[in-house]
Structure formats: C-alpha cells, structure tokens
Design a protein around this ligand. Structure first.
Ligand code: CP
Ligand code: NVA
Length: 303
C-alpha cells in the first residue's frame, strides 16, 4: 500500500486491518499512551477547498505520532496545474516530505500526483471520492452497531463523493447500502456495478427515501451542494425537496436507527436541526473517528 486514493483499490482484509489499527490507536491515545512512530517525519497538506475536520484531524494525528504537518494553500505555490505541473509538484515535495495529502476538485489531480510522487499520497476529498471519511464512518458504524457485516445503511440525498466512497466501503466490508436520490442525482452505474462485483456487501440505488429507511440501522446524509457546486445551489435545493432527513422521514425508520452526517451539515436543508441533535445522532463520534482512522493510515503509509 503506497497511496490511499480510493477504497476500491484495497482488499477487504487491508481495510479491516486499517480499522483494527484505528481502534487500537484510539484505545492507546484514550488511555494516555503514545505511539511516536512518525518521529522526524513531515506531511505536506495541500488543500484547494476549505476544511475543518480533515485538515485539523490530519495535523493533530501527525503531531500525536511525533511528526510534523505543513499546510499549503494553492496560492502559496502558484496554484495547482497553474504555475507548475502536478508531476513537478509531486517530485519536488517528495524530496522534502514523507507524505502528501491533497484535497482538490478533479480526481485525476490526486491520481497524477500519486503517479509521480515517491512519497505516499492521501486523497483528502476530490469531487469523485472521500475515502478517509468512509473509513472513519465504518469505524463509527462498527462501534455503534457492534459489527459491520450485514449492517443496513440508508443514504439519503446526493450520489456524490461521500456516497461513492461509502458505497465502496459498504461493498468491501459487507454493509448493505441503499441510496435514495432524486432523479439525475443518483450514484453512477459504474460505481454501483463495481461495488456490486464484491460479494460481501451490496449497493442499491432507489428514488424513494421512505423505502430506503424502512429497515435501516443507520441513516446517512450529506449536503445537497458540495464544494464547487455553489452556482447550482438554488436548482439543487429545489431538486432535493423531499430528501431531507427530518422527523417525518424518521417515522418510516426503526426508532433506534442511528443518524450520521459527514459534516458540515446545512440544517434546514438536507437535515433538520432536530434530527442532527437527536439522541440517535452519532455525528460527533463520526467526526472524532476521522482522527483515529487517520492516525492508523499515516502509520501504515509513513512509519
Ligand atoms: N467531513 C469532512 O471532510 O469535513 P471537512 O470538509 O471539514 O474536512
Ligand atoms: N460532499 C461534500 C462533503 C464535504 C465533506 C463536499 O464535497 O463538499
């Protein structure tokens, strides 16, 4: 494992090993222990989009493991694909640092960076996927449901980067995922086909949110307007009407179904404040697990 770009690149065993290491490091740090496996190592973190969770949790994870992180805004280096090509950024950074994190728009930017970088490259979100999120989500699901295999998730909303990575994670880890989206916002057929080639889990795309949540153990949603889609905001808000996670939809779900959201949450749009703040909501455990998963990932790729 050199890079971490898409969950679909890895075997179920590799993903389970990362989850086990995440739990082990979580226990270690909660008990006041330390694993300084990255002493003297540096991570470069290049972010073309804003971030609260991903940026801060990667920086804290590096510090926790004894290393150091450098946050780079695109304007600091003359932009990405603007001043110099990605292949040059990859080779220069690899001479200085031991790992590179990239959050960007086009997924090809992260694959190109990885192809030319000697250092490991981590996808911190592209328009196509968000694998670190889905792995932290799997950890959260295992903690709250007591297992991963066979858990039923209903994803309500956009067939976006977060849904796609969750679909790949579901397939590999044995989760049964149903995604309910409005017409034209479904997950692409290629993702669904690839996910369903793995026999462990399953991914089903439908258009009816009430049917999706009917026997769900976990109900998951994400913004209707992802970063970079701001110009489509009004149209999307209209198109996603009826796809809000709210008390009306939850009447169709089992009463103990957990509520997840990768955050940031736009209350009053994809989720109501009431649902986000309800006793069934596990959104902050989910956010916390970004840190625990990423410690394990950094250790695996850089130690
Ligand atoms: N969930 C997530 O990736 O959040 P940030 O955009 O704040 O990093
Ligand atoms: N789908 C969202 C996820 C944010 C973490 C976006 O890409 O903006």
């Amino acid at each position: 494992m050199k890079d971490f770009i898409s969950i679909n690149d890895f075997s179920p065993e590799q993903l389970k090993e990362l989850l086990a290491e995440s739990s082990q490091l979580k226990r270690l740090y909660k008990s006041g222990g330390r694993d300084l496996c990255l002493t003297g190592k540096t991570l470069a973190m290049l972010f073309e989009k804003p971030s609260l969770r991903t940026r801060i949790s990667f920086e804290v994870a590096m510090t926790d493991l004894g290393g150091n992180a450098i946050y780079i805004r695109p304007e600091d280096i003359g932009g990405i694909r603007k001043q110099e090509p990605i292949k040059d950024i990859a080779r220069v950074l690899s001479r200085y640092v031991d790992g590179i994190v990239l959050r960007t728009f086009e997924h090809s930017a992260v694959t190109e960076l990885a192809a030319f970088a000697a250092a490991p490259v981590i996808n911190a979100l592209t328009d196509w996927s968000h694998p670190c999120q889905a792995m932290a989500d799997a950890l959260t699901i295992s903690e709250h449901c007591g297992r991963i295999e066979g858990v039923k998730i209903a994803f309500i909303g956009d067939g976006n980067n977060v849904a796609r990575s969750l679909a790949f994670a579901s397939a590999k880890l044995g989760i049964k995922m149903v995604i309910a989206s409005p017409a034209r916002y479904e997950l692409d057929a290629d993702t669904i086909n690839k996910a369903n080639q793995v026999s462990a889990g399953s991914v089903q795309q439908i258009n009816d949110p009430a049917a999706a949540v009917r026997d769900a153990e976990v109900i998951y949603t994400d913004t209707w307007v992802s970063m970079g889609q701001e110009k489509e905001k009004q149209k999307r808000i209209a198109d996603f009407a009826g796809f809000q996670v709210n008390s009306e939809l939850l009447k169709s779900a089992p009463p103990d179904a957990k509520i997840m959201h990768c955050l940031p949450a736009y209350r009053g749009f994809e989720i109501t404040d009431e649902a986000a703040e309800s006793a069934n909501s596990i959104i902050f455990d989910q956010a916390e697990n970004r840190l625990h998963f990423q410690r394990a990932l950094l250790k695996k790729l850089m130690a």
